[in-house]
Design a protein around this ligand. Sequence first.
Ligand SMILES: [Zn+2]
Length: 382
Amino acid sequence: MQFKEIIGQQAVKALLVQNVKENRVSHAQLFLGDEGSGALPLAIAYAQYINCLNKQGSDSCGICASCRKYEKLIHPDLHFSYPFFASKDVKSALAVLPEWRNMVLEDAYFNLSIWQNKLSAEKKQANINRAECHEIIKKMSLKAFEADVKVVIMWLPEYLENDGNVLLKLLEEPPENSLFLLVSQQRDAILPTILSRTQLLKIPKLSDDEIKGYLSQNFSLTDAQIESYGYLADGNLIEAKLMATSSVNSHFQTFTDWLRLGFRNDGLALMNFSEELAGWGRESQKNFLRYGIHFLRECALILNGAEELVKLPPEALEVAKNLSTKVLNTASIEALVSELDKACFHVERNANAKILFLDVSLQIVKIIKFNSLPSGIQYIYN
Ligand SMILES: [Zn+2]
């Protein structure tokens, strides 16, 4: 992976290159960036650059012996650690290393839900367990085979359990010539003891223009679609790609179906619908809820006479206009957004999905069918 393959992030790339040139590479670094910002490919490109035998001005050469192995992710001194979904057949991260390499080589922009699908491990809980931590310690204590710097890249350290504390000594007194790169999306979810021992590098979101540029180069879309997806993706390249390859168009369909069922107050259909949502993986559920929030905010713009600011694809715009004039009003949109927002929060905390989605469905009925706006209710789903 070379820096030039990574979308945007010019300032971060320049900073990383400069750190290497000035010999200021800190041995434990935390790359913190929202989903779809490119933090993982940046970490890999950085490690490749550090170990490149023929560094160019601002990138690795891509062809030296080290780069060639890095390009295939098979360098013996490059190690990965990542959440996995333990099962009867999969007992360690190592067991799914070929899948991991494939995933990164196919497309280094992915999220936990895509990784989950890759492993066909839907609905299971991901983690980086104690055995995996010991594996990392073992790998790091070995002498480097051939590289100048031995690297461990840990994707999503927020999935380290408390056992992650066994890594502290390694972070504090790393073996010579070793580099530990943590790639995280959620600073708050990382063990504070680990946080305090790493140097923080914030990776900003991509700009709408960077996303639009990427979409127009890689997909055949209309200008209106590029404009709309670029805006709705909110800096998340993964989300933008999902929209471009239409799975979010199905989010649109699913979400508006949900509102319609709510408006018809069709209890049985809502129950089935909630069960179906409950069967999705957690990440898909969150993406779907976030899409709903986006969509409702666009409806609010229409209601407030700011239709020119709405960036929905034409067919979605028609539906949004229809819903806005016939079913929704500003207060109900606010209440719905708040429900979806709360649901996102509870999904993240492993709420019982069946109860959660059924409850949101009932709130939707209350809000848009009976115009009753919930206030100050305590929600308990666990
Ligand atoms: Zn090279």
